[in-house]
Write a protein that binds this ligand. Structure first.
Ligand code: SF4
Length: 337
């Protein structure tokens, strides 16, 4: 059966560092591959979390799916329709189905507009001006649990949590099938984060929505996702059912992220390891396993041999020569770098 979203071997490249020689065409610009060879599927009604440090390429991948970045290679299919290279005129109708909710969904919008105007704007953008905007605003406010009198307010009159609810209302105005939520709880107090996640979970249930959540917050993915993909230097290094990822990670990078989580999984007996140093530059990717410069379990082969994406029978996949090495009770090796 065709998945709602199928991403196959996608790369997103950007030209960087222009100088006089590149300006006059005597030298090609340097190119970075911010997303590299990513493949994943999201089924209708499923919640998929993309996790990684900043610079891991997770937001770039999300923006490519939403048609906000051009994917340089690979395939992005929505209900079987290829999105890569689709002209904007043919992508525009799909923007009803695939919507992206940004980190600060209201702050980037006009402060002069009322909440009613903000949440019904998607209808006007899509040329659906015959809709009863009063009724739509009332429906959307009720859907996200905000009182009706908020329709006449302005963004500066909202708390952080209320502004996020308005962002959700605006994102879901056109009844999309796939919501891409970029750091939906960033900057919110913990209690408000919980309310936000409960709201998303309820709406997903009621609307049969698929959600792709981009976050560095592991508690967010644990709370709400069905499956998780872990990204490092623009590549997926591990992917699997959320509970498997949290209870028995296969990749040391995932283990390190879990170890750094202030609220670890109490049921999992995971070795606590610390990441060494900063991620390397994607302009100068390490050889072999690109994580070897920071991996406390790196072996002699890891610097030279590139691990391939390995699929397990439980759809818990990884890119490591020694999956679950942490579980063999070896002591982390003294790091050479
Ligand atoms: Fe660490 Fe080697 Fe696995 Fe890479 S392949 S994550 S360096 S053990």
């Amino acid at each position: 059966m065709t998945a709602l979203l199928e991403i196959d071997d996608v790369a997103v490249r950007f030209a960087v560092r222009s100088n006089l020689l590149t300006e006059i065409g005597l030298m090609p610009p340097a190119v970075i591959e911010a997303v590299s060879g990513v493949s994943l599927k999201i089924e209708a009604g499923e919640t998929y979390g993309i996790v990684g440090e900043s610079g891991s390429g997770k937001t770039t991948l999300a923006r490519a799916v939403a048609g906000l970045h051009h994917a340089s290679a690979g395939s992005i299919r929505y209900k079987g329709t290829e999105l890569r290279g689709l002209p904007e005129s043919r992508f525009r109708p799909l923007r009803r189905d695939i919507v992206m909710m940004f980190q600060d969904p209201v702050g980037s919008l006009s402060p002069r507009l009322t909440i009613k105007s903000l949440i019904t704007e998607p209808f006007r953008i899509q040329g659906m001006k015959d809709r009863d905007m009063e009724a739509e605003a009332a429906r959307l406010l009720s859907m996200v649990g905000l009182p009706q009198e908020f329709a006449g307010r302005h963004p500066h009159q909202l708390s952080g949590g209320q502004a996020r609810r308005v962002g959700v209302a605006r994102a879901l105005a056109l009844d999309p099938k796939l919501l891409i939520a970029d750091e939906p709880t960033a900057g919110l107090d913990v209690s408000i984060q919980g309310e936000m996640l409960n709201l998303l979970a309820r709406l997903q249930d009621e609307l049969g929505l698929a959600i792709m959540i981009i976050t560095h917050n592991l508690n967010v993915v644990r709370h709400i996702t069905d499956r998780v993909g872990i990204m490092y230097l623009g590549k997926l290094v591990e992917e699997g059912p959320t509970e498997d990822i949290f209870s028995s990670p296969l990749h040391p990078y995932t283990l390190a992220l879990l170890a750094a989580n202030p609220e670890p999984n109490p049921d999992a007996e995971l070795q606590r390891i610390e990441l060494q140093g900063e991620p390397p530059s994607i302009l100068n990717r390490p050889t072999g396993c690109e994580f070897h410069t920071r991996c406390p379990f790196a072996q002699a082969d890891c610097e030279a041999d590139t691990p391939v994406w390995t699929a397990t029978s439980t759809a818990h996949n990884h890119r490591c020569h020694f999956p679950e090495i942490w579980n063999e009770q070896r002591q982390p090796t003294e790091h050479a770098n």
